[in-house]
Design a protein around this ligand. Structure first.
Ligand code: TYM
Length: 335
């Protein structure tokens, strides 16, 4: 809570090609919810260096992600859209929270275990302490609500534990954040293996719809999506591929599962897959157009970056003054 307004915070990494999972699980919900809250949407570039990045490419991706937030419909005059690395308080609070986090808690995180297995040659300390930086992102802005996909649930639970631990020692300092999960898009699965999450790092490009895929690529990937031999468009555990396509279709069209099932009853998978592909194309096309338009306006994006970083610094500094004082750091001289 800031200025009597409930705060919503979320962020995304600027690594790899963003997928439809990132959009339906997070970005789309941010746009739907943003009018009811004071919002902070961060490009979490400091998280990204837990894995090696090529500097020029990394800088470009981060800017593209910031532009994409706006292209998706987040008005930067009303929503604070900024780079994590522009607000030094994120790293400061992350360090402090590290001192209140047990190594065992971090080692238990499934994302750490997955990433450590994938990057066995670079299990750096940042990979382990990644969740304390994420907790700092959220707690710095006194966030009430954090809309994410289901894969981030464990990190939000750790954030809540840290807030509770800190508040218990020093008295009420941080707002206790709640996770917010969408009904349909909370876990979009791979189109090639519907038991696995759709992921930017999947080696099979047909498994994921990338947000920048052109319409024909999107249609082709849905045509090739793995289904089953049951032959009915029905939401059920025995049909993970079809259930995933139903989730995607419903998220993109706003229809309910029942509406979708009855619309495609008796029509066969070919017709259904084509309709899912079209529903995604109609969401991505305007996003591409707006992104291309905004990308040309360098001065506008530069201005947003400066103004919103100032705003983020103002609010994060408010929290940090409180935190430093409670811990017992000496008062900072005015510079
Ligand atoms: P990241 O960058 O991996 O993903 C960004 C958002 O997309 C969601 N998501 C999905 N949702 C549904 N289905 C999928 N297949 C799918 N894949 C990704 C993620 O759940 C996430 O909401 N650690 C975070 C970034 C972060 C953050 C934060 C988020 C850093 N600090 C503070 C919230 C608050 C991450 O790596 O997300």
């Amino acid at each position: 809570m800031f200025d009597d307004k409930k705060v919503l915070f979320s962020g995304m990494q600027a690594t790899g090609n963003l997928t439809l999972g990132n959009y339906l699980g997070a970005l789309k919900n941010w746009v739907d919810m943003c009018n009811d809250y004071m919002t902070f949407f961060c490009v979490v570039d400091q998280h990204s260096i837990t894995i090696r990045q090529e500097p020029a490419e990394f800088r470009k991706r981060a800017r593209n992600l910031l532009t994409l937030y706006i292209a998706a419909g987040l008005d930067p005059e009303k929503n604070c859209i900024y780079y994590q690395s522009h607000v030094l308080e994120h790293a400061e609070l992350a360090w402090i929270l590290n001192c209140y986090t047990y190594v065992g808690e971090l080692q238990r995180m499934t994302q750490f275990k997955d990433k450590a297995a994938k990057h066995a040659d670079n299990i750096n300390a940042g990979l382990l302490t990644y969740p304390t930086l994420m907790a700092a992102d959220i707690l710095l802005y006194q966030a009430d609500l954090v809309p994410v996909g289901v894969d981030q649930k464990q990190h939000i639970e750790l954030t809540r534990n840290l807030a509770e631990r800190f508040n218990a020692i020093y008295g009420e300092t941080f707002t206790m954040p709640d996770i917010w999960l969408g009904k349909k898009g909370r876990k979009i699965m791979s189109l090639q293996d519907p038991e696995r999450k759709m992921s930017k790092s999947d080696e099979n490009p047909n498994a994921s719809i990338y947000l920048m895929d052109d319409p024909d690529t999107v249609r082709r990937k849905f045509k090739r999506a793995v289904t089953d031999s049951i032959g009915e468009v029905r939401y059920s555990e025995e049909q993970p591929g079809i259930s995933n396509l139903i989730d995607i279709y419903c998220s993109c069209t706003g229809k309910s599962t029942e509406e979708c099932e009855s619309e495609f009853r008796g029509l066969g998978y070919g017709v259904f897959k084509e309709a899912v592909g079209e529903s995604v194309v109609s969401v991505l096309q305007p996003l591409h157009e707006r992104f291309d338009e905004l990308s040309k306006d360098k001065a506008y994006i530069d201005k947003i970056i400066v103004e919103n970083a100032d705003k983020a610094r103002y609010y994060s500094e408010k929290t940090m003054r409180k935190v430093r004082k409670k811990i017992g750091f000496p008062e900072r001289p005015k510079i």
